[in-house]
Design a protein around this ligand. Structure first.
Ligand code: ZN
Ligand code: FE
Length: 255
């Protein structure tokens, strides 16, 4: 089995992802900010869409779902908890559920915080997790609905995946996230190096997503809120991890 992941830029700074199993020819898209960009990529590769996976209810992740369902007949999967505000779901899923895309297993991880019904999709055989606006490259989603404690719990679940896992997140926010991250850990050598690589990629118009979980663990201030050095850096030595995370999130909101 060969699984391919394709990053599809949509709108001004969103990403959709295609997951394709070359053995069964099953193809899924994760989020549909804009159906035209996704259709063009499917056409270019000659792939027929079988599944649409939704991470959360925000318009910039679901606006193209109905149009794409209409043209492809793909089956739509999303969070049972949010079924009242998502496009009609053919498959409603909860934390710990698994289902197949072709021969690949997809595991559902509930990651509340940005929204209460946000889910991530982990595909172990692809070594990838689709996180949208939960864990993001050098950042995490804003807390529109959930609490800081919920988001900290969500990030902690994602942090426990294998470090080589590709983190396929929903937006190209990495460069501004990097500027903020440096205010928390100005001397983190891995962070400084990454910020340099990100600037170079953006100058060449290349996406900085996906990243790897190992990179995020080494550089993402939101994942690092439990480290003594980071706690000291924000003046909260000895404070509980979730409170330090909440403080870092508040600072980012004002940044
Ligand atoms: Zn969102
Ligand atoms: Fe978003």
């Amino acid at each position: 089995m060969t699984l391919e992941i394709v990053t599809v830029p949509c709108l001004s700074d969103n990403y959709a992802f295609l997951l394709h199993d070359s053995t069964t020819h099953a193809t899924a898209v994760v989020d549909v900010p804009d159906e035209t960009a996704v259709e063009a990529e499917l056409e270019r590769r000659g792939w027929d869409l079988t599944d649409i996976l939704i991470t959360h209810h925000h318009a910039d992740h679901i606006d193209g779902v109905e149009a794409l369902r209409a043209t492809t007949g793909a089956r739509v999967t999303g969070a049972a908890a949010d079924s009242h505000r998502l496009p009609r779901l053919d498959r409603a899923v909860r934390d710990g559920d698994d289902f197949a895309i072709g021969s690949a297993e997809v595991r559902v991880i509930e990651v509340p915080g940005h929204t209460v019904g946000h889910v991530a999709f982990h595909v172990p055989q692809a070594g990838a997790v689709f996180t949208a606006d939960s864990l993001m490259a050098l950042g995490c989603g804003r807390l529109f609905e959930g609490t800081a404690a919920q988001m900290w719990g969500s990030l902690s679940k994602l942090a426990a995946l294998p470090p080589a896992t590709l983190v396929c997140s929903g937006h190209e926010y990495t460069q501004s996230n990097g500027r903020f991250a440096l205010t928390i850990e100005p001397e983190n050598a891995d962070l400084l190096a990454r910020v340099g690589r990100v600037a170079e990629a953006r100058a060449q118009g290349r996406p900085t997503v996906p990243s790897t979980l190992a990179e995020e663990l080494a550089t993402n201030p939101f994942l690092r809120a439990g480290l003594p050095g980071v706690k000291a850096q924000v003046g909260m030595a000895g404070a509980p991890d979730a409170e330090v995370f909440a403080e870092i999130r508040r600072r980012k909101d004002r940044f």
